[in-house]
Design a protein around this ligand. Structure first.
Ligand SMILES: C[S@@+](CC[C@H](N)C(=O)[O-])C[C@H]1O[C@@H](n2cnc3c(N)ncnc32)[C@H](O)[C@@H]1O
Length: 328
């Protein structure tokens, strides 16, 4: 809500007094910059955000993104992990109520419906990774399709809330791309509900997702809709992505676009947020699978060399993904 002019001036004089005493106090610089931006003093606001970045250990407040929104810095490729973690740690306890009731959030159920429609022949029981799992809303929506349900999220507070629901077979506090890159060909389905809005450049995530998926596996994502360009950062510090961008990246990283539809996944201040739902299918053999196949060939040759009488091993039971910590 916009503050009255007098309130803005009062706030500024409080921040000025604080900074006179502690000129390197990052939070005071940030709060002062926010007040200046609200008052329309863009130049002074930019200086305030830049001062915050000079004195803060990490960009917990998202000042770089604010500078980009004021045209004083390029659009960052993603939001800083420290910012996302802090935002959601603060939000975790009231997330479900706020999202489901006030924001009419429905991405998890829309992704589930889209997956059922796009992949009617997918196996009934899948190894599923809920990327940016938050409190577990997407986990709830996909649980009955999962033989193994893993969740990863940057925010320990959100992971703790998800853990309390006792839905997941494993949960970890981990960054999405890092988590995917560490688990080659480990999943049949990756779900990212309202997560790509915190990442602008999706190339690393798509590449890592292809690496983490078995051939023929799926990734279901929701995005906010940009009608021009690859991606842009909106006033709420959330990214929107263009349809051609998503489809080009999908092709470049080894996915087939099975479904890509306009949707409304949530509201903001009572207004529908234009969104999209996509279901992408992993094509033939990723690098990870090729390596696994090579390793398998070498292992087989060695076995044959040493045990010429063994005609062929029985197929191994399906392995659970490695690195999971056990969610209950
Ligand atoms: C809006 S919430 C959505 C949570 C959940 N997917 C749902 O549908 O309810 C976004 C979640 O993504 C997480 N997140 C954002 N960027 C991430 C990243 N790069 N790696 C891991 N988690 C991330 C946040 O911490 C937050 O919990």
């Amino acid at each position: 809500m916009l503050k009255a002019r007098g309130d803005l001036e009062d706030a500024l004089s409080v921040f000025d007094a604080a900074l006179a005493l502690a000129p390197e106090w990052p939070d005071a610089h940030f709060a002062r910059a926010e007040t200046l931006a609200e008052a329309g003093d863009t130049l002074a606001a930019r200086e305030g955000y830049a001062a915050y970045l000079r004195f803060a250990d990490a960009d917990v407040m998202g000042a770089e993104a604010r500078l980009a929104l004021l045209g004083a810095a390029p659009t960052p490729a993603s939001l800083p992990a420290a910012y996302v973690r802090t935002l959601f740690d603060q939000y975790a306890e009231r997330f479900d109520e706020a999202l489901l009731t006030r924001l009419e959030y429905r991405a998890p159920y829309q992704l589930r419906a889209a997956f059922d429609k796009a992949a009617p022949l997918a196996a009934a029981s899948l190894r599923v990774l809920d990327l940016g799992c938050g409190t577990g809303l997407a986990g709830e929506a996909f649980r009955d399709r999962a033989s193994w349900l893993a969740g990863v999220d940057l925010s320990p507070g959100m992971v703790a809330a998800a853990r309390r629901k006792r839905l997941y077979d494993s949960l970890a506090v981990e960054e999405a791309v890092t988590a995917l890159a560490a688990r080659p060909a480990a999943y049949d389905l990756v779900v990212a509900a309202d997560v790509l809005v915190y990442i602008g450049d999706l190339a690393p995530l798509f590449r890592a997702a292809r690496h983490a998926l078995a051939a023929g596996g799926y990734i279901c994502v929701s995005t906010e809709r940009a009608d021009a360009g690859d991606y842009s950062l909106g006033r709420g510090c959330r990214y929107a992505h263009g349809r051609p961008y998503i489809e080009r990246l999908a092709a470049e990283t080894g996915f087939e676009v099975v479904l890509h539809e306009d949707a409304v996944c949530r509201q903001e201040a009572g207004v529908d947020v234009p969104s999209r739902i996509a279901v992408l299918r992993a094509g033939a053999c990723s690098e990870a699978e090729a390596h696994e196949a090579d390793a398998g060939d070498i292992e087989r040759e060695q076995r044959h060399a040493f045990q010429a009488d063994i005609a062929g091993a029985a197929p191994l039971p399906r392995q659970q993904p490695e690195h999971d910590d056990g969610g209950h």
